[in-house]
Design a protein around this ligand. Structure first.
Ligand code: HEM
Length: 152
């Protein structure tokens, strides 16, 4: 039962993460209105919180999942999945820093608009996240079905 509940939570959180990331991708455009920028900054905080919950639920699945932690800790695909998730996390840093700069600029000037260069840079990081994100379910499916046993 616990395994099923954790699996359900895991999948819902993953869909939420993807939805929030796609929303950011759609909103970050040249000429983004101030109101959208404020929503975007809030959504980026929610994205971070959902990522945190995904990590917690994921770790719970490793510990209390039906297969047991040993199965995952020696599974190559599990570590590839974790490494990809960490890379996604690294790619969230520059956009979040940019959003915080925009928030401060907006507080001083309601008509503030990020430069085209700034927008393009943030979009590149968001696109990188989306591309890496696609790899995670691939590694997840492999890890669930093949032991990919590694010793260390
Ligand atoms: C720290 C983060 C994460 C941990 C520790 C974790 C751990 C796990 C575990 C233990 C399972 C169960 C696999 C099995 O049935 O044997 C699982 C399944 C799955 N995970 Fe994650 N996960 C994490 C993040 C993610 C993310 C970010 C995504 C998607 C982008 C994801 C996608 C999936 C999918 C699609 C499955 C189902 C695989 C299948 O049954 O075919 N996980 N995860």
């Amino acid at each position: 039962m616990l395994d099923t509940l954790l699996a359900i939570a895991h999948h819902i959180l993953i869909f939420a993460l993807l939805g929030l990331l796609v929303a950011e991708m759609i909103w970050v455009r040249d000429g983004i209105p101030a109101a959208t920028m404020k929503t975007l900054i809030r959504v980026d905080g929610i994205y971070g919180a959902v990522a945190g919950l995904t990590i917690i639920v994921g770790i719970c699945r490793v510990i209390w999942g039906l297969k047991g932690a040993e199965y995952y800790l020696h599974n190559l695909f599990f570590w590839l999945k974790m490494a990809t998730f960490v890379l996604v996390g690294v790619c969230t840093v520059p956009p979040t820093l940019a959003f915080q700069r925009w928030r401060k600029a907006l507080a001083g000037d309601e008509g503030y608009l990020p430069s085209s260069g700034d927008i393009a840079k943030v979009r590149r990081w968001l696109r990188a996240q989306l591309h890496l994100f696609v790899l995670i379910p691939i590694f997840a499916a492999l890890m669930a079905r093949y032991s990919g046993y590694i010793t260390f």
